[in-house]
Design a binder for this molecule. Sequence first.
Ligand SMILES: [Zn+2]
Length: 404
Amino acid sequence: MLVKGVVFYLDSELPSEVKLLLEDFRLAVNNSIRAGLQARVTSRNALIKIAYKDFREQHPRMYSQHLVSAFEVAGGVLKNHRRRVRKSVTGRIPFVKRLMMKTENQAYRLDRKSGAIDLPVRAGCHVELKLIVSQYHRRYLDDMALSLGSLTVLPDRVIVAFRKDAPKPFVPESALSLDTNERSLDGVFVEGDGAKAVKAEFPEVAIIQQRHHDRRKMLQKKKAHDRRTSRNLCRREGAREHHRIDYRLHHVANSVLNFAEDRRSAIILEDLKGFKSKRSKELNRRLSMWPRRKLHQIIEYKAQWKGIPVFKVDPRNSSRTCPICGRIQDSRMGTEFKCECGWHMDRHINASINLLQTAISKGMAGGLRFNPGAFQHDVMMILYEPAMAARSEPNGTSGVVVVS
Ligand SMILES: [Zn+2]
């Protein structure tokens, strides 16, 4: 079962009954976290057993389904806490700070035509929340193949979970093999007997990372006398950085997936799991793996939702191997891979050809084959470039300002 959380903003301010409900819910979650810690239990059912009766007395007016959800949320927090304690990361007692409540689909009703939520607060008291519905939201509301999951209410917005069974991936008619780099996805698109180079560039991601890294360093220096403030500011910087990068990675993933969907391509990616580099600390940070792993996660998740087959292959030696004669070069080369047998190709594209061949040799891409002789050296298909984003990142180094 696949789940997608869709954010809706509210038409008006949250009614005061719901605000009170959020506070009660948070209190119930934090109390059950405490009860769970004392009794050393984390499962929802165990929490219900030890704490339900007391809670019913403390929150006599709360709708009982919400109370059960509070145990569920507390159970999740406790499980995370237990994981951290096992890894001895932190020993702090967890609590929920943010005002929120979560409820399961039996406990609310959403009118998918009008976008109104009927939320019971307590016996005999229901509240209607009007959602702002855009075209994006319509896609989810009108698709009756999607069923409704949980509802999360926050002070200014709600998150509705839409669920569906994972569609069966289609049988690929072509293949898109992509090598993931710091600033781009570089690859090869194979269809019939032809093969072309493809590229999706996202240089802004590295620029944003660099900028936020510098800013964090500056904050740490400036606030060296106040560790609490420094930590808070850095955390905020980190959250902003993640949002900005996430936003761009989603655009990149969408263009790749639209391309693959239109041409019924299988997507081949390198398996980044267990990727450990021996580079220096500075280089490691600059080439942080995080955005690349994140990009893969987004691509894989969205592909599942659309039924596009994705294969991951071991990237070992993919950038050093000649796809024609199989010779492995031992030194790092420049931007072009050159082999004694006469084959030469952009280094990244060469890597993607090797990924494709690994996938083909394992029978992943159906009956597809790759014929290096048919590779069109002079054609480059651009799947994505920064100008396609809603906003471009001024980088200070180039004199070109893109106004959008
Ligand atoms: Zn060769």
